[in-house]
Design a binder for this molecule. Structure first.
Ligand SMILES: *Cc1c(COP(=O)(O)O)cnc(C)c1O
Length: 228
């Protein structure tokens, strides 16, 4: 399959998932995850009109970002070590892996120094899988309370990764769980603003994630690799 064909497949799958639950397909944005590929494929993705580019490690993203970082908005979707904050600061419009206070403090300090507000997603480990990063759901409200006072980070939404399931339908409770956490956060008005975004769904399970309310899906292999 060519990239054009893969894109058409993704677009029709998104449209179908949206129509099953009465959503407007424009409410779902694709983050093109380019971590598996190099500069030429990343250029191809951008040329096809993708505005959101996702990378999970700065070491791998660096050469691509240095050449193409002025095109599109870049999303840091991987685990972020506190001592790596300086590498990604000012380069990524969104950081999807805020999951602890030490990282929030560091991001806030670095953003303050550069004079901007870093947009972040809080990563929640909804499934409870030990191998997954993210806050436990029961820690979320206290965490949000604590970071509410950090004026150089803004919470755009919540992010989660579902376990890989042979049957994508089995991921539904994880995605539904993240949506409920977002709704509860808004209801409790812990932050002075509403958060709307849910970053959830990958190649294997994005259709289920969309049915459960995903506003950003992070697609790698289904977009940039012909296998799968
Ligand atoms: C790699 C990665 C993705 C994309 O995974 P695919 O299954 O290839 O679509 C999405 N989110 C995160 C955090 C990733 O690391």
């Amino acid at each position: 399959m060519t990239m054009q064909q893969r894109i058409e497949h993704i677009e029709s799958s998104i449209a179908a998932a949206c129509s099953r639950v009465g959503r407007d397909p424009r409410s779902v944005q694709v983050i093109a995850v380019t971590k598996y590929v190099g500069i030429p494929e990343t250029e191809e993705v951008l040329a096809h009109g993708f505005k959101h580019i996702g990378e999970n490690r700065w070491q791998d993203a660096k050469v691509k970002w240095e050449l193409l970082g002025n095109q599109g908005e870049w999303h840091f979707i991987g685990h972020l070590q506190t001592n790596k904050v300086k590498d990604v600061m000012g380069k990524f419009a969104y950081i999807h892996s805020l999951d602890r206070m030490s990282l929030a403090t560091e991001l806030n300090k670095a953003a303050a120094k550069l004079g901007f507000v870093q947009r972040c997603f809080i990563q929640v480990n909804v499934s409870g899988e030990e191998s997954k990063y993210g806050l436990a759901p029961e820690q979320l409200y206290d965490f949000v309370k604590q970071i509410g006072s950090l004026s150089h980070i803004r919470i755009e939404g919540l992010m989660t990764m579902a376990p890989f399931e042979g049957e994508p339908e089995d991921t539904r409770p994880v995605f539904g769980g993240l949506r409920e956490l977002r709704d509860e956060l808004n209801k409790r008005q812990i932050l002075p603003y509403e958060i709307s975004h849910l970053s959830m769904g990958m190649s294997n399970d994005y259709e289920v994630a969309i049915e459960e309310g995903a506003t950003f899906v992070r697609l790698g292999s289904v977009l940039v690799k012909s296998a799968k």
